[in-house]
Design a protein around this ligand. Structure first.
Ligand SMILES: Nc1nc2c(ncn2[C@@H]2O[C@H](COP(=O)(O)OP(=O)(O)OP(=O)(O)O)[C@@H](O)[C@H]2O)c(=O)[nH]1
Ligand SMILES: [Mg+2]
Length: 258
């Protein structure tokens, strides 16, 4: 069974159409949807509960706005053993891409990313300052971490298991894909092109504070990773005495007399 995780905050205008569209794409016996809501003040939860009578949909309600990544991690804990996808509720991430994302996981990838910045992908309806900010943040993340993909800031992706998300996400206001890519090594990753459409209904939750939070996340992750690497180097240096002075003081075995 596949699971689609959707964090929500005041998405009554979108969620009632998105959930049936997901089941249309994937088939009702194939998938369950988990919505994690952070105290929406509109009718988002009512709409999801009503859809739960018809579809395999679970609603998790939390107190206060605690961020998208923390919502994804929270939902991952109750998701089953199957493959997982994460997407926004506002149709910026169209459900028509879900079959292709899950297909890539089915053939052995750990992560399949819905990518705006590979050939065939794109962004539709963003003002130029949004594209500029997104490309700037993406470039910074790529330079610092040498990520092997074009769109590490994407919020639309499928994962082989919920464990990848539980292990990889720091429970904070952050971009969950960056967290996962920065903390887990040797992942097999593929990107598929998506066209990201700016939301038509409801309002954006992206603020200056959120942007500063992302920047803070990228820098913190970078420093943590550098620290971890330098400690790893120190540990392997202790295990392998390559220093010629140390080597000379080690007891020698005289092979000819054995
Ligand atoms: N549970 C939860 N969901 C959130 C939170 N913030 C945003 N969301 C949801 O996460 C998804 C992405 O948020 P958006 O407001 O679309 O943010 P964005 O996509 O970065 O910004 P826009 O492109 O302007 O829409 C949407 O489904 C939101 O409802 C939060 O703190 N908690
Ligand atoms: Mg959005």
């Amino acid at each position: 069974m596949k699971t689609v995780i959707i964090p929500t905050l005041n998405e009554e205008a979108n969620i009632g159409r998105l959930i049936p569209a997901i089941f249309d794409q994937l088939g009702e016996d194939e998938v369950s949807v988990v919505v994690v809501d952070d105290e929406s003040v509109d009718r988002t939860c009512e709409v999801v509960e009503r859809l739960g009578e018809e579809y395999n949909v679970k609603l998790l309600e939390r107190k206060g706005k605690r961020g998208i990544s923390s919502a994804v991690r929270y939902a991952s804990r109750i998701a089953g053993n199957g493959h997982i996808a994460v997407m926004d509720a506002d149709f910026s991430h169209h459900p028509k891409y879900l079959p292709a994302l899950f297909k890539k996981i089915g053939i052995g990838y750990d992560i399949a990313v819905g990518s705006r910045y590979v050939t065939g992908g794109g962004v539709d309806g963003w003002p130029s300052y949004r594209l500029f900010l997104s490309l700037g943040a993406t470039a910074l993340a790529k330079v610092l971490f040498q990520f092997p993909i074009r769109d590490p800031m994407s919020g639309y992706a499928a994962f082989k298991s919920s464990q990848i998300l539980i292990d990889g996400i720091a429970d904070s206001e952050s971009k969950f894909l960056i967290d996962v890519l920065a903390s887990i090594d040797n992942l097999r990753i593929v990107e598929i092109p998506i066209v990201f459409r700016n939301r038509k209904l409801g309002s954006s939750k992206l603020s200056g504070v959120t942007l500063l939070g992302y920047l803070n996340q990228i820098m913190t992750r970078y420093l943590l990773r550098s620290n971890r690497r330098s400690w790893m180097n120190k540990i392997s240096a202790l295990e392998l005495p390559v220093d010629p002075v140390q080597l000379a003081s080690l007891p020698q075995t005289d092979i000819t007399r054995q």
